[in-house]
Write a protein that binds this ligand. Structure first.
Ligand code: PEP
Ligand code: MN
Length: 341
């Protein structure tokens, strides 16, 4: 039920107009007249009232404010589905007691370098290999990725290690290639509100890792998930990867509070990317531990054998030995919060 609060001293003519409009839309109005003001309880399936229709009521004479009880995101909402969603990918189930770590380089650079990293992250306990073949670079002159060649290298890494592949799709025109090689489609922060792209991945059955936009609110992230789910694909994994704030000491501000907030609002699994979140390799371990402690279902971590030579995001990439040490420490944190890695 939504609630419409009328202005102090609203005219009965205004009240009648609102009730008439509600009834015309098939709702019933439950009017309660207090000493100060009148409140209308809207009875019926108010989840069908769109945001625009809600604003139309807000603009009517006599209306002070509208409280929407039903969230604008529906399929993604915990009100709609109370039990946590689990997503099975190969032998891994995301959203279960086990925390999954997706690790690998920012970009696929060559077959030998990727195979080396893939073996090392697997030995350390990662359960997914990550790496970009299509890279969303700020400068058009920076390395843009190996494209389909990179996807083939990822498939080789999966064959050699058994690790499922997470890789970014930037353009609906590349969907067929991505569907052929990826196990999880990553939608990058810069594309979180690329609605045509969201609808495209929503029309397939492949799990999607949806990264929070650089300046997106939690509600906007959930509305983006809703775009994918509304097309029929419920396999959405949310990813907090830091947001833009006034702070310049870190690349982004990793919003750890987003984890419990999301866990309250949605049944979808939540993964945290401390690499992009902090932007410096030495901040990755503390933020990864904090993310697990705060209830994340997984982590995405950039790892490179030779970060000084990396073609992108070397500053925030862990060397394999550091990653291995972190994985050991994470086991203890996971255990402390009733999870396992
Ligand atoms: C990435 O994962 O390498 C990446 C580009 O992430 P984001 O979209 O979060 O910046
Ligand atoms: Mn990166």
């Amino acid at each position: 039920m939504d609630i419409i609060v009328l202005k102090r001293g609203a005219a009965s003519k205004e009240l009648r107009r609102i009730v008439k409009k509600l009834e015309a839309k098939g709702f019933k109005a439950n009017i309660s007249k207090g000493t100060e003001r009148t409140v209308i309880g809207v009875i019926g399936d108010t989840s069908k009232i769109t945001e625009d229709e809600g604003s139309a009521f807000q603009m009517m004479p006599g209306v002070e404010k509208i409280h929407r009880i039903i969230k604008p995101f529906k399929l993604a909402s915990r009100d709609f589905k109370s039990r946590n969603t689990t997503i099975k990918i190969g032998r891994s189930t995301i959203g279960s007691k086990k925390i999954h770590v997706m690790a690998g380089p920012c970009a696929i650079e060559s077959e030998p370098t990727l195979l080396k990293i893939a073996k090392e992250v697997k030995n350390a306990g990662a359960t997914f290999i990550r790496g970009g073949a299509f890279k969303p670079r700020t400068s058009p002159y920076s390395f843009q990725g190996l494209r389909e060649e990179g996807l083939k290298i990822l498939a080789q890494a999966r064959k050699k290690t058994g690790l499922p592949v997470v890789t970014e799709l930037m353009d609906p025109r590349d969907i067929d290639a991505i569907l052929k090689y990826a196990d999880v489609i990553q939608i990058g922060a810069r594309n979180m509100q690329n609605f045509r792209l969201l609808q495209e991945v929503g029309a397939h059955n492949k799990p999607v890792l949806l990264k929070r936009g650089l300046s997106a609110t939690i509600k906007e992230l959930l509305m983006a998930a809703e775009y994918i789910m509304a097309k029929g694909n419920n396999k959405v994994i949310l990813c907090e990867r830091g947001i833009r704030t006034f702070e310049t000491a870190t690349r982004n501000t990793l919003d750890l509070s987003a984890i419990p907030v999301l866990k309250n609002l949605t049944h979808l699994p939540v993964v945290v990317d401390p690499s992009h979140g902090a932007g410096k390799w030495d901040l990755v371990a503390p933020m990864a531990k904090a993310a697990i402690a705060a209830g994340a279902d997984g982590l995405m971590i950039e790892v490179h054998s030779n970060p000084e030579e990396a073609l992108s995001d070397g500053d925030q990439s862990l060397k394999p030995a550091k990653f291995k040490k972190l994985m050991k420490e994470l086991k203890l944190v996971a255990k402390a919060v009733g999870r396992e890695i």
